[in-house]
Design a protein around this ligand. Structure first.
Ligand code: 6PG
Length: 254
């Protein structure tokens, strides 16, 4: 596990540069790459940086398959939709900014399905097809981006909650939001996220500092703090923090 602490004003650009590097290496090695996006508000500035020169010209977007790590059960037009955020901050800009570059394949969760469980099942089947998985095989995404909530959740893996478990995709309900719009979520499962080649947490802001210390340096269980599920994952795990989020850590880099 590595920890990178970056000055707040340089944070989005530094994270975007690391994403360009990882995806370019994966495409170089295997001819294409799979990227799983984090939702919420933190990644928006990073996605904007990726969608502008010079970075937008540094990625072979046509070689990318892009998924969502989790999605709120709302229409894609809803302000709470992670798909909408990713589209508005990055994917709508790629064609404009990079001209002839072919667009990436961005796979949203179909939140128009009749139930979240059906939506989760359909997303699982889509991932199996696109990632050419054998029966019972888990996807090995090249890069998974994750945020961390101030309660220690990540994706839609909430404290003391379990996903209605599919193998790859399940359904969760936010403990505070409940059935309110945005409360019901479709999320990749912990075992799927842990199976990624690279996991990259993107956490910034003073408000996350105390929770980050508990997650990275505490002893609480993964049930209490699901972000701790990934402290020891199969692939490489990196935490990209701004100085505010890292303020209470006793070790700032590793
Ligand atoms: C979501 C995210 C969620 C997010 C954290 C942090 O759909 O909300 O996937 O896991 O990453 O809640 O959110 P912020 O970046 O908004 O603090």
């Amino acid at each position: 596990m590595t920890i990178e602490v970056i000055e707040s004003k340089l944070f989005a650009g530094a994270v975007a540069d690391e994403i360009v590097q990882i995806l370019s290496e994966a495409i170089e090695e295997r001819g294409s790459a799979s990227l799983v996006l984090a939702g919420g508000s933190t990644p928006a500035a990073v996605y904007r940086s990726l969608g502008l020169p010079p970075r937008v010209e540094q990625i072979q977007w046509g070689a990318l398959r892009v998924y969502l790590g989790d999605e709120r059960w709302v229409p894609h037009s809803d302000a709470m939709s992670n798909y909408r955020m990713a589209n508005e901050t990055l994917f709508q800009k790629i064609a404009v900014q990079s001209g002839a570059t072919t667009a990436p394949q961005l796979f949203p969760v179909d939140t128009s399905a009749s139930t979240p469980a059906k939506g989760a099942l359909a997303y699982e089947q889509l991932i199996r097809t696109q990632e050419k998985l054998k029966q019972n095989e888990l996807p090995e995404f090249d890069l998974v981006l994750l945020g961390m909530g101030d309660d220690g959740h990540t994706a839609s893996l909430f404290p003391h909650c379990s996903l209605s478990e599919g193998d790859i995709v399940g359904v969760a309900t936010h403990p505070q939001e409940g059935e309110k719009p945005g409360g019901v979520r479709v999320s990749l499962t912990a075992k799927t996220l842990k199976n990624a080649r690279r996991l990259m947490f993107i956490v910034n802001g003073d408000a996350k500092a105390s929770m980050l210390k508990r997650v990275l340096e505490g002893q609480e269980s993964e049930v209490e703090l699901p972000a701790r599920l990934f402290v020891e994952a199969k692939g490489s795990v990196s935490w990209f923090l701004d100085t505010g989020a890292a303020a209470q850590l006793s070790r700032k880099g590793a």
